[in-house]
Write a protein that binds this ligand. Structure first.
Ligand code: KG4
Ligand code: ZN
Length: 350
């Protein structure tokens, strides 16, 4: 008689690195059982950006309801008494806002202690890489992932879960930061990325030829010069239509991102490319990346918009692969607000 199939390994993850309070239950790192995201966008909008103190307070208020809802969505009671509801509890340990991170880390450790299961600290950036794997479990590796978020712009080759190589990174502003700063300058509000995306639809992308910092020979990025070019152009052409500036700026960013991603895929002989992070929700980036990949005979995977922006399912997936590799985290590990991508030994091991 053959042995019954092994029960899936279930991870509860908590994400509170910035302005989303999120919790999710994922089986075997690939099947999302429940995922709850509570955004604080409205809370911060009137300040034009995330206010760290307000974010921490909101996480403290939202964490229990959000985790309870994620557990209920997975058919689990809030206390888990008398049973072992999950095999591990993961939380984002960095990078992010320290006060915000601490709320999620403390909650995750408390549950791990109560349930007597391991705690797994996850690097938020590593989490973003798993968005594609969650939605496309048969993704052919290696892939080059363009990770473009509010704080980071990275090109990473992913050979297998847990095996990566950073091929390029921004030397100054992150792509999302550039979108947010230019949107604020144009008076389009917060968050800036979606506002520029919407405004650009009515504009002509060829109306202003903004500079492309290609940094010949390198796969690194630089966006601060582009932001300055937008400011200088608008100051000297006050009559220009905001829609045209938004479309031309977006065109310049997307142009550089797509060219470098294709170059990275060619250099590292990747089978395909994936987008990750909040800026991967950008319509023009998605369209042009798909078009370019097709033209180059490469696979392309575009995660859903909800999976591009911050969520806890991606943290649960990254946490699962750490768990099965035996990389659980010590209970006295703290938040690591300045954590870089895949820093060796960055999260204190259990
Ligand atoms: O990954 P994410 O949700 O949070 C971080 O880890 O930073 O990314 C947030 C960033 C913000 O800069 C936001 O403006 C940008 O992603 N973003 C977009 C779009 N949606 C979100 N940028 C361009 N186009 C969009 N549609
Ligand atoms: Zn993020």
């Amino acid at each position: 008689m053959s042995a019954p199939p092994a029960a899936p390994r279930r991870v509860l993850a908590i994400e509170t690195s910035c302005d989303e309070t999120a919790a999710s239950v994922v089986d075997d790192g690939r099947t999302v059982v429940s995922s709850v995201v509570s955004s604080q966008i409205d809370l911060h909008a009137r300040y034009g950006g995330v206010v760290p103190e307000l974010a921490s307070r909101a996480h403290t208020e939202l964490i229990v309801p959000v985790v309870t809802e994620a557990l209920a969505g997975a058919g689990l009671g809030p206390d888990g008494r008398g049973k072992r509801p999950v095999d591990a509890v993961a939380a984002t340990v960095g990078p992010g806002l320290v006060g915000a991170l601490l709320v999620g880390i403390s909650a995750a450790k408390s549950l791990a202690m109560a349930w007597e299961v391991p705690f797994v600290g996850v690097n938020h950036l590593e989490g973003h890489l798993y968005a594609s794997l969650l939605e496309e479990p048969d993704l052919e590796l290696p892939v080059v992932v363009l990770l473009v978020s509010g704080g980071h712009t990275l090109l990473v080759r992913m050979d297998a879960p847990g095996r990566y190589e950073v091929l390029g990174r921004t030397r100054d502003d992150a792509a999302g930061e550039a979108f947010d700063k230019v949107a604020r300058f144009l008076g389009l509000g917060y968050p800036g990325g979606p506002a520029i995306d919407r405004t650009a639809v009515a504009g002509d992308p060829s109306s202003v030829r903004f500079p492309r910092a290609l940094l010949e020979g390198s796969l690194d990025f630089s966006f601060s010069g582009l932001k300055t070019a937008v400011v200088n152009y608008v100051d000297s052409h006050p009559e220009v239509a905001t829609e045209d500036v938004a479309a031309s700026f977006q065109d310049a960013v997307v142009d550089v991102l797509v060219r470098k991603t294709l170059e990275a895929a060619a250099r590292s002989r990747a089978k395909g490319i994936c987008l990750a992070g909040g800026v991967a929700a950008n319509s023009e980036l998605r369209r042009r990346a798909a078009e370019a990949a097709l033209g180059a005979g490469l696979g392309i995977f575009l995660p859903s918009r909800a999976m591009c922006t911050d969520n806890a399912a991606m943290i649960a997936s990254a946490g699962y692969f750490r768990l099965v590799a035996g990389r659980t985290t010590a209970m006295d590990a703290g938040a690591e607000p300045g954590l870089g991508f895949a820093e060796p030994g960055s999260t204190r091991r259990a």
